[in-house]
Design a protein around this ligand. Structure first.
Ligand code: AMP
Ligand code: ZN
Ligand code: FE
Ligand code: FE
Length: 286
């Protein structure tokens, strides 16, 4: 009898960016949920990977090194997922460091706005491992802890999202520049949650084609923000265009799945050609 394939997850966050679990707790949760292959893809940092590797080895989980790079294209964000040993490439680390340095100043400006709105929060009250890698989720969670809002979703919906009173945009890497660099260093990289890219579909695919010519090699098709039909649509497009099919939960915290973030391994259930796609992906990552 064929052994059932363990669950996989190619998109997760830890306390080294804006996830709630330390690498140790993330791995332990993955183990309990039956995830066999896990990529840790913190925003703009590889700092959690060393710790993750130690615990993954102890738990018998296959850990894939990863990083999620925040980029910009016009007035929308584009996130790139990168996998394998190339995430430690010096040029890439220098590239993300430049943008990480700007995160703290932006968070301080958001806190100033919240202060004016009557919701004081000090920097020390943010639950952070790395003060250079703070983002809106840290602020939203502090707002919940201080009783200013009931939930993280409420914090985003009322104050932290674009157009809301405490929103401050963030300087992000230019997408084309990032993809070109990734192509030059030969990294395995994919466009994350394309469903969240605010672009008309024809334009999105035109961009994907262009990024592919620079080095993009995959699409994150299975993500909590993609309905089944959309996920299949992306998967078919990827196959037809010689791109890798990826999937991940974008897990950030325990018990807080929403339309953008899921539970570890949760995309495996609906991933049509899971075995074949994962095999191709792992072969490519090396
Ligand atoms: P930032 O880096 O500060 O721009 O924040 C981006 C992070 O906020 C990403 O991890 C997103 O997944 C998360 N995020 C964006 N919108 C929401 C939302 N409505 N609820 C919870 N998290 C969100
Ligand atoms: Zn995040
Ligand atoms: Fe993302
Ligand atoms: Fe993410």
């Amino acid at each position: 009898m064929k052994k059932p394939l363990l669950k996989v997850d190619f998109h997760t966050h830890t306390t080294y960016s804006d996830g709630r679990l330390t690498p140790e707790r993330l791995i332990s949760r993955a183990k309990n949920l039956g995830v066999g292959t896990l990529a840790v893809t913190d925003h703009d940092t590889t700092a959690g990977l060393k710790e993750a590797r130690i615990f993954a080895e102890q738990s018998g989980i296959h850990l894939v090194d990863g990083i999620e790079i925040s980029c910009r294209q016009g007035d929308t964000s584009v996130h790139l997922l990168v996998y394998g040993s190339k995430v430690f490439n010096e040029r890439l680390l220098q590239f993300v460091q430049n943008f990480r340095e700007k995160k703290l100043g932006r968070v301080e400006r958001i806190l100033e706005k919240l202060h004016v709105l009557g919701f004081p929060i000090s920097l020390e009250e943010l639950d952070a491992v790395d003060y250079e890698n703070l983002g809106r989720p840290h602020i939203g969670r502090a707002m919940v802890r201080k009783g200013y809002v009931q939930s993280l979703s409420e914090a985003f919906a009322k104050y932290l999202s674009p157009g809301r009173l405490a929103y401050v945009p963030r300087e992000e890497a230019d997408t084309q520049e990032a993809v070109r660099l990734l192509g030059e260093i030969g990294a395995v990289c994919a466009v994350a949650h394309p469903g969240q890219i605010r672009m008309e579909q024809g334009e999105l695919f035109k961009n994907i084609k262009h990024w592919q010519s620079l080095g993009l090699c995959g699409i994150e098709c299975y993500h909590p923000c993609h309905e089944d039909r959309l996920a299949e649509f992306y998967a078919n497009y990827a196959k037809e265009n010689n791109l890798l099919v990826l999937g991940g939960s974008d897990f950030h915290e325990i018990g807080a799945s929403d339309s953008k973030h899921g539970e570890l391994g949760d995309q495996s259930g609906r991933w049509k050609n899971l075995e074949e796609d994962v095999q191709q992906l792992l072969t490519r990552i090396g």
